[in-house]
Design a protein around this ligand. Sequence first.
Ligand SMILES: [Zn+2]
Length: 253
Amino acid sequence: MAITVHSLPVLRDNYAYVVDTGGSLLIVDPGEAGPVLEWLKRQDKVPAAILITHLHHDHIGGVSALREAYANIPVFSPAPFSGARDAIPVVEGQGIDLAGLAFEVLDLPGHASPHVGYFLREEGILFVGDVLIGGACGRLFGHPPELLYTSLRKVAALPPETLLYFGHEYTEANMRFALTVDPENPALIERIGRVEALRRDGLPTVPTTLAEEMATNPFVRCGELGFRSLPGLRAAASDLEVFTVLRRMKDQF
Ligand SMILES: [Zn+2]
């Protein structure tokens, strides 16, 4: 189905998404209600449901107010929370038929647990939450690195043309980090130019394609030989060891 995804900036640097099928609207991760309500009022439209990737406040903070405004519309979430005690639970492999769309639920823990992604296979779109954030990945928040690394591998196995809609506008800063660990990557250098131009014009860097992330995002490129020369790594380091060191370096960047 031909759909439009609207990226609505909320809070300081989050995105809430509105999936527009032409007939129905679905909201993904409304971290704040105000900008979403305003947008809906301007369109004079009523949303049909809310989809939640994970329960961090900057992804669910707008749910209560949206449900007050729109008659308790259904919420799909990997777990219930205070704004949606009656949330419809979603689990790995589950199909959700909503507004004529077939969402596939991917279990993607490691930044938060639980954390899911919503994949529209036919449309080639993944709402990936904070698992992969343009040019990098989400923080571990105490989870073991292998959990997030496994989730990133699962995302990386999707078709390369998949459009990724992630939770934060961090791409420009993430590119600066990527350049320190992968300074000679021509695809990365080219992407940085495009990202800087978009941000100068105040435009979002979402969506990216998985192919672009595979070419430029160090956290899904841990198999590349060059990373083995980073401090603290051996030539024979495993991909997970590379990921762990990269994540630690990024935390301190
Ligand atoms: Zn988060």
